[in-house]
Design a protein around this ligand. Sequence first.
Ligand SMILES: NC(=O)C1=CN([C@@H]2O[C@H](COP(=O)(O)OP(=O)(O)OC[C@H]3O[C@@H](n4cnc5c(N)ncnc54)[C@H](O)[C@@H]3O)[C@@H](O)[C@H]2O)[C@@H](O)CC1
Ligand SMILES: [K+]
Length: 221
Amino acid sequence: MREIDRVAVEEFGVSLLQMMENAGRNLARHVRESGPEPVVVLAGNGGNGGGGLCAARHLANRELDVSVVLDRSPDGLDGAARTQYETLATMGVRVDTGVDALVDREAETVVDALVGYGLDGPLRGIAGELVTEVDGLDTTVVSLDVPSGMVATTGERPGPSVDPDRVLTLALPKTGLSEIDCDLSLGDIAIPAGVYHSLDIPYSNPFEDEYRVDLTRMSET
Ligand SMILES: NC(=O)C1=CN([C@@H]2O[C@H](COP(=O)(O)OP(=O)(O)OC[C@H]3O[C@@H](n4cnc5c(N)ncnc54)[C@H](O)[C@@H]3O)[C@@H](O)[C@H]2O)[C@@H](O)CC1
Ligand SMILES: [K+]
């Protein structure tokens, strides 16, 4: 997936922010359909966090009760996540850091966008604390791409990890997701078929007229 993303950007000129916009809008739609308010988006500093922050913008645009809790101070954000954060800050969307903020918010839906396929070892620091806290909450949990703390390729959980009700995975299903039992759907982030073909990955577009498909239903039919 990392290679697919690289080829999409470097050889096909599809920018990370373009793909992230598709991820974030898809995620926001999924949350609007499946999760009650208030919505709290847990976001980290990578592509996964950026997708979550983008979804927060789409939810706020539709006037949902949404706020963000980061795993670090906003000063520690960079790249695309920083860009998404700056927009939210200008919009006046509430953004805080750490477990106390999550507890204060009394979320009915938690969007888990802390870490995706970039997980490196057991979940550490505030991200680990947030995940442990989510485990004790009675909320709907929607994970972006993979549950934070789970290794995307193997499904292993080397430390604290999210146990989601739903996962919206992006572009291709990650192999580790076969290890979990939850509602699983696939989101289109508009990667051209030629990207897959250039990497010798057999691919035909699974989305047809939709931008999100239910993988459970696909595997049954
Ligand atoms: N085409 C793309 O590249 C897109 C990627 N997106 C998402 O971006 C993800 C990949 O982005 P990245 O490569 O930036 O990686 P991630 O965002 O998955 O992870 C990197 C972040 O996680 C933190 N982290 C890693 N291991 C940790 C640990 N053990 N404890 C605590 N924090 C840890 C890092 O500090 C960093 O902030 C995908 O899973 C996908 O969800 C989407 O936003 C859409 C577009
Ligand atoms: K995640």
